[in-house]
Design a protein. Structure first.
Length: 359
């Protein structure tokens, strides 16, 4: 990594948590990621969800075709070097044999746990992890396939701001006791409790952290009226939690790495009663992360977080090509074209960031 007053050069990053959607929506967003990112772990919560290796292979083909058809890739064929790392959606009925097929495919790199009802398109998720999925977890442990967890309980009696901390006690601790060698990624952690758990846990445990949880606390949702484009799940938390996440991300620990959780939703679906949860950050992911690390005075830790530690945890080779960021104002667009004539509002729309991505 090379840092000067006005430039940063680092190994091309990977995004270890990304939503690309499908169909027309996929066609609108996939090139944004390919411009900045070499590899991305693709979330399987489509409708219907990606529960089999065959479905993951078909989705991979649709992603690469959508990218090839995009004007951006036709203008710059190097974007076709983007690699989608596919995942399966864990259900109460997933068979251990499916994990064997997934591993053998060479395309499926992890299995995603959504507690039923936890977030967008999670209704088919798991109702009792150890009760219904032990055979699958044992097979994953044997094959070294990571389990990616959406770390919130869905118990309606638990306050929404406490659901991550309760998940640690109710799910993570029993899971780790039962399967101590299972690779687990605690995705999009949002709390001091989550950061400290991952920091101190025994065995192969890591976490992804999103740009919104590094840059904003829950005040962002309620400043100058209700701001739906800062609403995501897990929801933004208090400032003390944001500070703990910044400390973890910039610590140089290989247990914390980049996962944008970039999640596109049409503006009309965000700005309505019962609006969708999710922030779109694929357009400017590196500008956002650079802003957070720069504010913390830890730019020297950016490359490890974005480009090294995730690959190491997954057991993949580190990328070799490099990208650059220039200290130059980046005006985040107020909106982007999206499906059915609607628009897509990126995270921090209308604001100015201090860094601009250069290919």
């Amino acid at each position: 990594m090379q840092i000067s007053e006005d430039n940063i050069t680092l190994i091309r990053p990977d995004d270890w948590h990304l939503h690309l959607r499908d169909g027309e929506a996929l066609a609108h967003v996939v090139a944004d990621t390919a411009k900045q990112i070499k590899r991305a772990v693709i979330m399987p919560n489509l409708v219907p969800p990606v529960t089999t290796t065959a479905q993951a292979q078909a989705y991979h083909q649709r992603i690469m075709q959508a990218l090839a058809d995009s004007p951006d890739a036709q203008a710059d064929p190097s974007l076709l070097g983007f690699e989608p790392l596919m995942t399966l959606y864990l259900t109460d009925n997933t068979a251990a044999e499916e994990i064997v097929r997934a591993k053998a495919s060479g395309l499926v790199y992890a299995v995603k746990l959504y507690p039923a009802g936890a977030t967008t398109n999670s209704d088919a998720g798991v109702t009792d992890l150890l009760g219904n999925c032990s055979a699958v977890l044992e097979q994953m442990q044997q094959l070294g396939m990571p389990l990616l967890v959406h770390g919130e309980v869905t118990d309606p009696t638990i306050d929404v701001f406490d659901r991550e901390a309760v998940f640690i006690d109710r799910v993570m601790l029993p899971l780790r006791q039962r399967f101590p060698e299972l690779k687990v990624v605690f995705e999009h952690i949002t709390t001091k409790e989550g950061a400290h758990y991952v920091r101190d846990a025994e065995g192969p445990v890591a976490a992804t952290i999103t740009p919104q949880h590094l840059l904003y606390n829950r005040n962002a949702i309620f400043t100058n009226g209700l701001q739906p484009h800062y609403y995501c799940l897990p929801v933004l938390k208090r400032e003390v939690h944001r500070q703990a996440l910044v400390e973890a991300a910039t610590s140089g620990s290989g247990r914390f790495f980049m996962g944008t959780d970039s999640a596109p939703h049409a503006r009309g679906l965000k700005e309505q009663s019962g609006g969708c949860a999710g922030c779109y950050s694929a357009l400017h992911a590196l500008e956002l992360y650079a802003q957070a690390f720069d504010m913390a005075g830890k730019l020297e830790q950016l490359e490890g977080f974005t480009s090294l530690y995730g690959a190491d945890f997954y057991g993949l080779a580190r990328n070799t090509e490099t990208i650059s960021l220039k200290r130059q104002a980046f005006e985040v667009p107020t909106h982007l074209p999206y499906v059915n004539g609607d628009t897509l509002v990126p995270l921090a729309a209308g604001t100015t960031l201090n860094w601009t991505f250069e290919a």
